[in-house]
Design a protein around this ligand. Sequence first.
Ligand SMILES: Cc1cc2nc3c(=O)[nH]c(=O)nc-3n(C[C@H](O)[C@H](O)[C@H](O)COP(=O)(O)OP(=O)(O)OC[C@H]3O[C@@H](n4cnc5c(N)ncnc54)[C@H](O)[C@@H]3O)c2cc1C
Length: 423
Amino acid sequence: MKRLLVLGAGTAGTMVVNKLRPALARDEWSITVVDQNLDHHYQPAYLFVPFHPASIGKVSRPRQKLLADGVDFVVREVDRVLPDENLVRFGDGSELGYDFLVIASGTVPRPDQTEGMTGEQWRRSVFDFYTLEGATALGERLKTWEGGHLVVHITEMPIKCPPAPLEFAFLADAHFRELGIRDRVDITFVTPLDGAFTKPVASSQLGDMLKRREISLEPDFYIERVDNEAKTIVSYDERVIPFDLLVTVPVNMGAEFIARSRMGDELNYVPVDRHTFVSPKWNNVFAIGDAADLPTSKAGSVAHFAVETFAKNFILHTQGRELPHSFDGHANCFVESGGGKAMLIDFNYDTQPLPGKYPIPGVGPLTLLEESRINHWGKLMFRWIYWNALLPGRRLPVPTAMSMAGKRDISQDTKSTTSKEEV
Ligand SMILES: Cc1cc2nc3c(=O)[nH]c(=O)nc-3n(C[C@H](O)[C@H](O)[C@H](O)COP(=O)(O)OP(=O)(O)OC[C@H]3O[C@@H](n4cnc5c(N)ncnc54)[C@H](O)[C@@H]3O)c2cc1C
């Protein structure tokens, strides 16, 4: 019996086991997936929780119910991987062996990595919305907040879902307008990037959207500390930004067990081949989803396209074939822009987001790099698709590899090879 062990039953891990279980004979392969807790969260829903606290109920489902028959689910915290011994050790001292290991342990916000971030203002006037607890606490604060300076802040790239902080700023603008208190709120978007976003065409478009909403942009801001007493953030080049309410995206880091296993980089991401997901050090170890050190966005959509590619290639690999070098870094993200509209961006390792129609070239119905109501409905509908089609491993009617069909190349330079810090 061969053993496939998957660490993490989040977006990527769940899809990996659900796609591979029907394809690998049960009398030849055992498939086990491990997670540290029982409930699977649909993380994109966290964005809406501060503005619609009632949406909390729709965020989570029991992991066990999302797994295909014949997949063993183990609820345990991974302490470390011993890759030279093909062993995983857990917090309780128990161990599991494997023939193939897939690391899908994601990334988490780490406010403890920035001086003062978890000080006395934490969850009083300093919040994050990248955890359910943070989004819930922020929702409570917003109920009674009467206005002032709202600072929406990114600590350091890469972060998962890079457009989410911009979406938060757009939704906050719309929220305060709806309450009739927008004139009492100043909003500043503070980022370590040199513009609103990473890729030139999208950055300029999103920068214009900030301007139209009278949201100030503070680029190139590398935070050194949060001053809890003065209620300011201070950068390494000594710029000081005061806030009444700070909504920050803390440093994102891979799981601590990656560091304990000496398998990661300085942010605990696992180096893998960007086209095959295989580790250059251990040829039976793969990393997929946010846990991998790939120069594309950390996003559920990337996990989806990556797993589609990985599952097909892994089956070929089990038949003794070479792993095809086929993953192109395909990502697409809805960018909620408030007032019932959203934008959609679609890109890969080499090509930046461009305008056009998606998924049917020339038809859509979704519009690329342009706000529309149908994109907003697409974003809302995606939650249903996530639970009912994506996680079960059903094939969606969208191409796995990025396509230029239906796109208008309005840039001088369509190509935009990116480093992992930029996505
Ligand atoms: C606010 C917000 C909005 C987002 N919006 C979008 C969006 O609109 N579109 C989009 O595509 N993506 C979005 N994302 C990103 C998306 O949710 C993630 O990229 C996606 O979930 C990554 O999947 P993953 O499987 O790699 O990691 P995860 O889904 O995070 O799963 C990792 C799993 O590993 C487990 N794990 C970690 N450490 C251990 C351990 N030591 N032992 C055992 N188990 C462990 C965790 O419990 C977790 O279940 C958003 C994220 C956030 C926070």
